[in-house]
Design a protein around this ligand. Structure first.
Ligand SMILES: *[C@@H]1O[C@H](CO)[C@@H](O)[C@H](O)[C@H]1NC(C)=O
Ligand SMILES: *[C@@H]1O[C@H](CO)[C@@H](O)[C@H](O)[C@H]1NC(C)=O
Ligand SMILES: *[C@@H]1O[C@H](CO)[C@@H](O)[C@H](O)[C@H]1NC(C)=O
Length: 791
């Protein structure tokens, strides 16, 4: 057991180094530990063709309330399954997309008054018709009441996952992977071992603990929570302390909110738990069901679990741990993702920033220039430097006089969309951290002249331009907010804003953007809790060069991170942050960020692009391949996912990003290229002029971007809204094709299929034996649908 713990540190370090190449002044680089796995849902579907939507379901009238349509549809699908003990609820974060008119309805399965944490439906409805839906509801016989589950019938997804990973590692390394240092010449294998060690290092430990679980009392969350903390913590002292003092920690936990155990109807109350080791905020705990594969092939059972939301320094977990056998962690999603990277206000005088302007990916591509705050009356009606007093977390508890008005104007990098500050200490507090104050002029004009140092003071050298860094991070993050807003990531769909202008959605969730965060090097990460809680982005310095390079200055990395917030909030609905946790869906969570970052930096002359090349100080960047149309440069296809080393989300993501890149180039070939990705600003009366950006439009027809690159971005975002929770590559592809159907009537049907099929994701692509952590055997599909073959 001990040797396992020690090895985990060794590997974490090695794996971290594998990300970047060795450098002269290498500092303490460590890969963040993150858990991510869960049961496969072989019965889950995403149906987007009319033939797949139940034929018995007649469309309702075009002006029917979409929620009524959803109720009817769900009842139709569930039929006799719907009983006293098995029901559903329509989630409040369902919404209608303003541009497409599609209503995205999110449905949660409820059994015996408990939610089924992974029983999700998303139903896309327009004009009384169901366009598509995803469904992962549990289909088996439901238990009669909440009670113990015979765990001997269940398989243990966590153990299965770890067993398979270790078999893979054994097969791919010549020495025994956990006991000795393995020379990782092959970066693919090092990724695998990182995944293994992050997830499986402590899997057996909880058995040792004295009062590890009480079969008869599934209502006591404490053993399950402590055992999860053993697996989740980065700190071996904490592991030891929990195991040695298990009862003491059990007794020290304090529950803040009511402790009803099983509320009969509305589901159990959510508990807020204090004094949980290694957490930075009270843990939320709630009883639920989750679907677990049985020992018999193909069978699924419902297990009673504690669902925890655990906020730690470097992770923000949503975990399901068996309530009856608390050593079984059944699923974990880390809301953190790495990237190796009332009245409309008058806008005060525009701020200016001395920054690498939008489109310049990093300092190697161009010079800084003075640019103006972008005022887009749709995306940021109050500008970037204003925030309502009532939504300002720095004024919490401060009484302010009515005279002051509603809006507070700021002269720092503190606004409605983003709070940007240094975080050299790498801690969670941010409100009082330093940020530049440009005064009344709001001219954020600072020096950036980093010098070569003797190595030991490289960090201090970078800290000298902190003003520049924070201003750049604030600028990039606000522009990304405004850009994504204009493509439909708005208040109702879960965007990040402190104040939502009365336009729906949950507020008080601007992005907390930490520059030069001291919690790591050579990376970046983003934590996406559900709508209504702040996203948290941490950007790091890269010790890959002298002087150090600052990830805040590489737009691609910032865009990649912010795109985690986008894809997580759009997939499965704003209130569900658990839809992109692992495997193919987790991988696509990475891929969208690379694709969007690459699309944003591209220009009308085609080029290949690397990710993170400047920060990592290597032309090939931080992925296995640069993004390229040329198969000899980037050979990734769907089948590439079968390779060892393609089990981590970043490797999966780069395959997805490459496929999207190929698809988008087809659209560019067909529709040309727009030099500006930002749609035109609305006229004074609120109408959006078509300009050269949109096709001429009339009436209720949605606005359609005219050019290939802007259309790709639109289809990718609309696809995220349509696809199911925990989508596969197939589901995400089908959602993009349906997004085109909704937006253009399907005029790019064949163009899109040609792009997907070029990289093996045609309609005849197949996968057998897919597992949540990757694996399975895939077959590339290069054929086109029949309708496209003769064209
Ligand atoms: C903020 O700026 C606007 C525009 O200059 C001004 O009308 C408003 O009074 C300012 N608000 C405060 C609280 O100073
Ligand atoms: C940052 O800018 C402030 C003015 O906003 C200035 O007083 C301070 O010296 C600058 N800090 C550095 C490190 O240049
Ligand atoms: C387009 O981007 C490429 C790659 O960054 C660059 O070499 C080229 O100069 C750019 N072309 C234009 C017209 O900006």
């Amino acid at each position: 057991m001990r040797s396992l713990l020690i090895a985990s540190f060794v590997f974490a370090g090695l794996a971290g180094n594998a990300l970047s190449h060795p450098t002269k002044n290498a500092g303490p680089v460590k890969r963040r530990k993150t858990l991510g796995f869960g049961p496969d849902h072989p019965h889950a579907v995403f149906h987007s063709s009319p033939y797949q939507i139940q034929t018995g379901f007649a469309p309702m009238s075009a002006d029917a309330d979409p929620i009524d349509v959803a109720h009817r549809f769900v009842k139709d699908i569930l039929g006799t399954q719907l009983t006293q003990s098995m029901s559903y609820k329509i989630r409040k974060d369902s919404y209608t997309d303003k541009n497409t008119g599609v209503t995205h309805v999110y449905v949660r399965q409820v059994v015996n008054g408990l939610e089924v944490a992974d029983g999700d439906m998303n139903i896309n409805i327009k004009d009384g018709m169901v366009l598509s839906y995803g469904n992962s509801f549990f289909k088996g016989a439901v238990p009669h009441a909440v009670g113990n589950v015979d765990i001997s019938l269940l398989s243990d997804p966590h153990r299965d996952y770890c067993d398979v990973l270790s078999d893979e590692l054994r097969a791919n390394t010549h020495s025994r992977p956990y006991e000795s240092q393995v020379a990782f010449n092959n970066p693919h294998i090092s990724e695998l071992s990182h995944v293994h060690l992050s997830n499986c290092a402590h899997q057996n430990l909880p058995y040792e603990s004295p009062s590890s679980f009480n079969q008869d009392d599934p209502a006591d969350f404490r053993p399950a929570l402590l055992q999860f903390m053993v697996a989740a913590t980065h700190n071996d002292d904490v592991v030891e302390d929990i195991l040695d003092n298990f009862d003491k920690h059990m007794n020290e936990m304090i529950v803040e909110s009511p402790t009803e155990h099983f509320a009969p109807t509305d589901g159990p109350a959510e508990l807020l738990v204090n004094n949980v080791p290694d957490t930075v905020n009270p843990v939320k705990a709630r009883l639920a069901y989750i679907q677990v594969p049985g020992k018999e092939a193909g069978s699924m059972h419902l297990a009673v679990v504690w669902k925890f939301e655990v906020e730690m320094q470097d992770n923000w977990y949503e975990a399901a741990v068996s309530a009856t056998a608390p050593h079984r962690i059944i699923s974990v999603v880390d809301w953190a993702s790495d990237a190796p990277i009332p009245t409309e206000p008058e806008v005060s005088e525009l701020a200016t920033y001395n920054v690498f302007p939008w489109g310049i990916n990093d300092p190697s591509e161009g010079d800084r220039a003075i640019v103006k705050e972008n005022i887009d009356s749709l995306a940021s009606p109050a500008g970037w430097h204003a925030i309502p007093y009532a939504n300002d977390p720095s004024l919490k508890g401060v009484r302010f006089s009515k005279k002051k008005g509603f809006w507070r104007n700021t002269t720092t990098t503190w606004g409605n969309n983003v709070f940007a500050q240094e975080n050299w200490e790498g801690q969670n507090a941010y409100i009082d951290n330093y940020r530049p104050d440009a005064g009344e002029s709001k001219a954020f004009n600072y020096k950036y002249k980093p010098k070569v140092t003797d190595g030991s003071d490289a960090q201090e050298e970078a800290q000298k331009y902190i003003n520049t860094t924070i201003a750049q991070l604030f600028y990039t993050t606000n522009l990304v907010h405004d850009l994504y807003y204009r493509y439909g990531f708005d208040e109702v769909s879960g965007n990040f804003q402190q104040y939502n202008f009365g336009r729906g959605g949950k507020e008080n969730d601007a992005v907390i953007a930490n520059a030069q965060d001291g919690s790591g090097y050579n990376n970046a990460n983003f934590m996406t809790p559900p709508d209504g809680q702040n996203g948290r982005m941490r950007m790091y310095l890269w010790n890959t060069a002298n002087p150090y390079r600052d990830g805040d200055l590489e737009a691609g990395i910032v865009i990649h991170e912010l795109s985690h917030g986008l894809s997580t909030r759009l997939t499965g609905g704003p209130a569900n942050s658990g839809c992109l946790g692992w495997g193919e869906s987790g991988g696509m969570g990475e891929g969208w960020g690379d694709f969007l970052a690459t699309t944003i930096r591209s220009n009308s002359t085609y080029s290949d692009y690397a990710m993170g090349a400047w920060a990592a100080n290597t032309p090939k960047g931080i992925r296995n391949y640069v993004y390229s149309l040329d198969e000899s440069v980037n050979p990734s296809t769907y089948k590439t996912l079968d390779k060892p080393g393609y089990w981590g989300v970043h490797a999966i993501g780069e395959v997805w990003a490459e496929i999207l890149w190929v698809v988008s180039q087809r659209l560019i070939e067909k529709h040309g290229y727009s030099d500006v990705l930002f749609p035109p600003k609305p006229d004074a009366d609120g109408t959006i002029p078509a300009g050269d950006f949109y096709r001429p439009s009339s009436g209720k027809k949605p606005l359609v971007p005219k050019h290939g690159n802007s259309l790709s971005v639109q289809l990718v975002l609309n696809g995220m809204k349509l696809q199911s929770c925990r989508p596969s590559f197939f589901d995400a592809r089908d959602a993009i094709i349906q997004a085109d159907q909704v937006l253009t009537g399907g005029e790019n049907f064949c163009t899109l299929w040609e792009g997907f099929a070029a990289r093996g994701l045609g309609p005849d692509a197949k996968v057998e034996g897919r597992t949540p952590w990757g694996g399975g055997i895939r077959t590339n599909g290069y054929n086109l649908p029949l309708a496209c073959r003769d064209a």
